[in-house]
Structure formats: structure tokens, C-alpha cells
Design a binder for this molecule. Structure first.
Ligand code: PEP
Ligand code: MN
Length: 282
């Protein structure tokens, strides 16, 4: 049987439309490059609305922010949960940006009714009951690669969602665990062309979790733009030193704004036409 995720079953690129319901519609896939930005965790109304405004002004077309946080230690900040989702919805109303946030249990699905895209984090990539539940929702899903999972395993997880009737899936390469501890993870950028060969689903890159270092986010984001990613997701925080999670890998809004300009330039240079249509790329 040819799998639903296999490019042979669907030769054209899948384009996943996110939002459009009380916010902008964003199409992911098919050769354009979308940039998703926002903090690791939603921390307050002022924080999330402020970052959303600055991210939108810089050119981000979607807002990220964790409300349910999968933390390695149970004693670390676990997220604002339902209140965090309410604040994301306020930021969406204030800016028109569609929102993406992580789900950790299918029991929380009712809280995600007005969330535009549901993220499955690396730690839940093989939570098969959760994947089956998301297959029944019809909502756009951002499926992150597991910490130590192969591309074929990532695709089988996407297959669980598709088998349930939901083909609105975007894959995310966020770095994998290797023998090298110098960076938080090892960014497997060749996953982008490899996944484009294997599947019709869009592929985005998360250089923040891949490197764990704010100063490495720019070079890896530019590399992702150059290698054909359909999107880039970047953690942006107004005050990284005091962030409740992932401060060391978070860039400031000012750094993000400068990075956006470089991303546009790199993407244009890497285009087939050498940049003649640069304006159409973002
Ligand atoms: C996140 O996006 O904040 C996150 C927890 O990512 P990952 O699941 O890739 O570690
Ligand atoms: Mn994070």
C-alpha cells in the first residue's frame, strides 16, 4: 500500500491553509516561506500581545506561544494552560496573526477550538492516541520531529493523523539528539530536501530548539531559508534573560527584525530566478 504521506500518492506539494477565521489566512507549502515567531511560553497579556505586534511588524505571519509546556523537570514552569490560550486569542485579535500552540493531552482539545494550528511537540511525536485524536479534528497540525526519531518514523506519525482523515499537516525539523552536546540538539538540515523527496507535506525548520543558543539562531535560520524550507519558526522574547522557559535560545524583537531582512535576502538569492521575484517570496 502506498502511504498517504508518500509523494507517490500525491505528487503535487500539499499547501496547508492556516487561519482565515477571525485572522489572516496563511498558506504553508508549495514554495513560499512563512515565518512563525513568538515566545517559548505565554507569560502575560502584555508579553504576548507586545511580542505579537513586534513580530508582525517585522514580517512574521503567524504567532507561536506555549500554554501547555512539556518540561523535563516537573518543578519548572508548566505553562499558563487555559489562561495562556486565552491570551494567545487576545494577541490574535490584536494583530490578525493566526496562532499555533502545543497540545499535550487529547483531553485538552476543547480548549483548542479557536486555535488555528495545533502543535505536537517532539516529546509527543509518537503519542499515537493523541495523533489519532488529532486526525479526527480537521485542524492544521504542526508535527515536530521527535528527539531521536528517524524521518520514516516522523512520516509514520503523520500517517496516523492522515489515516484519521486529516491531511492538514506541516512537519517540523527541530534538531535531533546526537553524540554532540555543544549545541542543544543537532540540526538535521538535510531533512528538508529528504522530506521534500519522500512526502508532499510542507516542512519547516525550528533553529531555536535545534541549537539552544540565540546567537546560533540566525545562521541556522538563514541556512533553512537557503535549503528550501517552507517555513521557519523562531522563539522571540522581549526579555530573554528573564524568560520563564528557553531564554538562552530566544532572540529579541530587534534581533528578529534584522534577521527577517536577511532571511528575505537569502531566500531571494536561493530562488531559481536568482531573486528576480524576491518580493513575492514572503
Ligand atoms: C516548543 O516549541 O516550545 C517545544 C517544546 O519544542 P520541541 O517539542 O521541539 O522541544
Ligand atoms: Mn521552547
Amino acid at each position: 500500500m502506498i502511504k498517504r504521506t508518500n509523494r507517490l500518492s500525491h505528487p503535487e506539494d500539499t499547501v496547508v491553509r492556516v487561519g482565515g477565521d477571525g485572522c489572516e489566512a496563511v498558506d504553508i507549502g508549495g514554495g513560499s516561506l512563512v515565518v512563525i515567531a513568538g515566545p517559548c511560553s505565554v507569560e502575560s497579556e502584555e508579553q504576548i500581545v507586545g511580542i505579537a505586534r513586534q513580530a508582525a511588524a517585522a514580517g512574521a505571519v503567524m504567532l507561536r506561544g506555549g500554554a501547555f509546556k512539556p518540561r523535563t523537570s516537573p518543578y519548572e514552569f508548566q505553562g499558563m494552560k487555559a489562561d495562556g490560550i486565552e491570551l494567545l486569542l487576545k494577541a490574535k485579535a490584536a494583530t490578525g496573526l493566526p496562532i499555533v500552540t502545543e497540545i499535550m493531552s487529547e483531553n485538552h482539545l476543547p480548549l483548542f477550538e479557536n486555535v488555528d494550528m495545533i502543535q505536537v511537540g517532539a516529546r509527543n511525536m509518537q503519542n499515537f492516541e493523541l495523533l489519532k485524536a488529532l486526525g479526527r479534528t480537521g485542524k492544521p497540525i504542526l508535527l515536530k520531529r521527535g528527539l531521536a526519531n528517524t524521518l520514516k518514523e516522523l512520516l509514520m506519525s503523520a500517517e496516523y493523523i492522515m489515516a484519521g482523515g486529516n491531511d492538514r499537516i506541516v512537519l517540523c525539523e527541530r534538531g535531533i539528539r546526537t553524540f554532540e552536546p555543544y549545541t542543544r540538539n543537532t540540526l538535521d538540515l538535510s531533512a528538508v530536501p529528504a522530506l521534500h523527496e519522500l512526502t508532499h507535506l510542507p516542512v519547516i525548520v525550528d533553529p531555536s530548539h535545534a541549537t539552544g543558543r540565540a546567537d546560533f539562531v540566525e545562521p541556522m535560520a538563514l541556512a533553512a531559508a537557503a535549503c528550501g524550507a517552507d517555513g521557519i519558526m523562531i522563539e522571540v522574547h522581549n526579555d530573554p534573560a528573564h524568560a520563564l522557559s528557553d531564554g538562552p535560545q530566544s532572540v529579541t524583537p530587534a534581533q528578529f527584525s534584522r534577521l527577517m531582512q536577511k532571511i528575505r535576502a537569502v531566500r531571494a538569492a536561493a530562488a531559481d530566478d536568482g531573486g528576480a521575484e524576491a518580493g513575492a517570496l514572503l
